[in-house]
Design a protein around this ligand. Sequence first.
Ligand code: DOR
Ligand code: ZN
Length: 445
Amino acid sequence: MLWIKNAYVIDPAQRLSGINDVLVKDGVIVKSAGSLQPADVLEALEAQRLDDVLQVEGEGKYLFPGLIDVHVHLREPGQEEKEDIRSGSRAAIKGGFTSILAMANTTPIVDNRALTEFVRLQGERAAMARVYPIAAVTKGFLGKELVEMMDILDGGAVAFSDDGKGIQNAEMMRLALEYAKLTGCPIISHCEDDSLAGHGVMRKGEMSARLGLRGIPASAESVMVARDVLLAAETGGKLHIAHVSTKESVQIIREAKKMGVDVTAEVNPHHLIFMDKDVSLTDASYKVNPPLPSAEDQIALLEGLLDGTIDMLATDHAPHTWEEKTRPFAEAPFGINALETVLAAVWQNLVLKGKITPDQVIALWSVNPARRFGLPGGTLRPGSQADLVLFDPEYREMISAETMETKSQNTPFLGQEMQGFPVMTIVGGKIRMAGRKLLDNKEEA
Ligand code: DOR
Ligand code: ZN
């Protein structure tokens, strides 16, 4: 049993934002209420002695429902030199994520029930963050044939996506959304038209011209966003747009929502923090797909996030080896490693700069993802599973291979001291991290 005291509790689902105590028993939240007395605690927990209750002092810290990241690449099976389900889910816990959704672009691709079950089971074995598999939309990501969706859903998938690659064939996407209507399970679209993206490596514009790098025009994304919301309108299927990065995409999603289309969207923090101007030929850690936006696009992304057009934050955690990411910019793979640095990055660059409030961050990264993907969590309401994060806004940490659990270091923050980290992460009442140290096989609270 747990008694977390005097923390600043943020629970947007209950419109709770203030100093409170939270009680946990048998993996479930029992109570979240104003300052409690020992007698209240014993009564609520049906405990005999205070000695049976672990007391955690939360003064000066925030307590919120565990973050849920709907876009993570864990690389297992097949690319374990970059990451595996164990290292990735350990990184998630350090970063404040109690649930992560694993993308299907592994080797082989997760396009059948057996592989879906494998990902789920590896997550359970790691016993850190909850790992939910996302399966491919098309077999082998070839865009030719749909996967066996019903069978895969029975295997534990919570969404379908060919993320890493856009579905080029419009009829294939239409069909996938027809099935999404039947299953009620969202299709996550990686919107990228290959004919427009070509062999581009960064956003097309003045900066790409100056650096002499091939550009990806903004239309490579927004053309497919327009196509997909029209297909979602026609079929009634649930659509979620991954990593929105252009102002046109934001505008199209805004209009689609007004029309009543069942569409949601995510933005990645790196698209809110970095821009095309940050790209340097000598540092491929800024190479990501979709590419870093223009200043104008970035303003539109933040506006979209604040007015509800964009529903959630998601990392697109994309680990790659050191060898791959130290290649020349044009040859390195796309992707930023994010799980362990992203909350501090959002804290420093968005919250402390007054662009977004802590309550909005929790709504966007916990409440809304839980609702859209039908997952437990996202609230501290009594009776909910006890997935919790205690966050210290003052805690500072140097970002290095030694301090991180992930196998890869492809982050622009490497070597920097960052501020604002989780100091305790609890999953289903089990303390998985305390004082920045992971705890294996901890007893249930
Ligand atoms: O930057 C990216 N990396 N974008 C993607 O869509 C895929 C991802 C990866 O798998 O590395
Ligand atoms: Zn991705």
